[in-house]
Each structure stands twice: as structure tokens, then as C-alpha cells.
Design a protein around this ligand. Structure first.
Ligand SMILES: [Zn+2]
Length: 82
């Protein structure tokens, strides 16, 4: 279920609501003061970790490199030499 983020113009607070995608956002009222003067910001899916670092990729392994000969090349300059 999507998590919708709103900003209330009346109490100047942000709040989030779990709503179905078909919910009427025009009729959304502030979660804090009940005012209908709210601004829809954006939505994200509640299943995501809000504020966390999503793990977008698995660890890279040798099999991920199409050309394994690259590992036979001389080791480039160490970062400390820069
Ligand atoms: Zn409010």
C-alpha cells in the first residue's frame, strides 16, 4: 500500500498517510489538526525503509566481470601515491 506524504498549510507540519491508490487525495485532511488545507507532496511505498540506504545491488564477484584478464594486469598506482 502506498505511503503518501502531505504538508499541512494550517499547522505547517508534514505528515504521512497510508492510503490506497484510489483514495481521493482532494478529501485528505490533516492528520494532526484535521484541516483540509493540505498539500500532497509525493508518495513512496511503505515497504521501503524510509531514510535508510536501500541495497540496490548484490556484492560484485569475479563472475560479474566479462573480461577476467583485467585481474592479470599490473596493479595500478595506490591511492596514497596520488
Ligand atoms: Zn494540520
Amino acid at each position: 500500500m502506498p505511503l503518501y506524504e502531505y504538508f499541512c498549510e494550517t499547522c505547517e507540519q508534514e505528515f504521512t498517510l497510508l492510503q490506497s491508490a484510489s483514495a481521493n487525495k482532494e478529501e485528505t485532511v490533516c492528520d494532526l489538526c484535521g484541516s483540509g488545507n493540505v498539500r500532497y507532496k509525493f508518495s513512496s511505498f511503505a515497504s521501503k525503509v524510509v531514510g535508510g540506504t536501500p541495497k540496490t545491488s548484490k556484492p560484485v564477484t569475479m563472475d560479474d566481470y566479462p573480461n577476467k584478464d583485467v585481474f592479470k594486469l599490473p596493479i595500478p598506482r595506490l591511492r596514497s601515491e596520488l
